[in-house]
Design a binder for this molecule. Structure first.
Ligand code: HEC
Length: 106
């Protein structure tokens, strides 16, 4: 008898929870801010778009330091780091194209 009562109470609690949370599952919509980061036009932009937009926005590239010391070598190291450290699936053949774009554009 006790078992039945316990079961009934449990059932009531579960049903209550389902009614409380399940029945009120109305769709929620979020208003996201518009995407503001974009890659600047330049050579091999398509290759960069294909390889560098999957994990983070173009802001990561736009906020890197500028100047004569931050050209091909800097960008080659950066792309290599994306591949080796963060596991970016970038084809070996695309690396020089990406480096050329980044050094010329940023
Ligand atoms: C597999 C995911 C992935 C891809 C694809 C990727 N990145 Fe990253 N990137 C990361 C992560 C993770 C960080 C570090 C985020 C942090 O520190 O908050 C990062 C950071 C950066 C930074 C900031 C400086 C730094 O070294 O942390 C730059 C610049 C950058 N990425 C450039 C690129 C470029 C250029 C490409 C395309 C060749 C690219 N990323 C593609 C994952 C990726």
């Amino acid at each position: 008898m006790k078992r039945r009562l316990l079961f009934a109470i449990l059932l009531a609690i579960v049903l209550g929870l389902i009614l409380k949370y399940g029945a009120s599952a109305a769709p929620i919509s979020y208003n996201l801010p518009p995407e503001t980061a974009a890659f600047k036009p330049g050579p091999n932009l398509d290759v960069v778009m294909n390889n560098c937009t999957g994990c983070h926005s173009a802001d990561y590239i736009a906020t890197q330091p500028r100047g004569p010391k931050f050209k091909s070598d800097f960008w080659r190291a950066e792309v290599t780091k994306m591949i080796k450290v963060y596991g970016a699936p970038i084809a070996e053949a695309d690396v020089p194209k990406i480096v050329e774009y980044l050094a010329a554009t940023y």
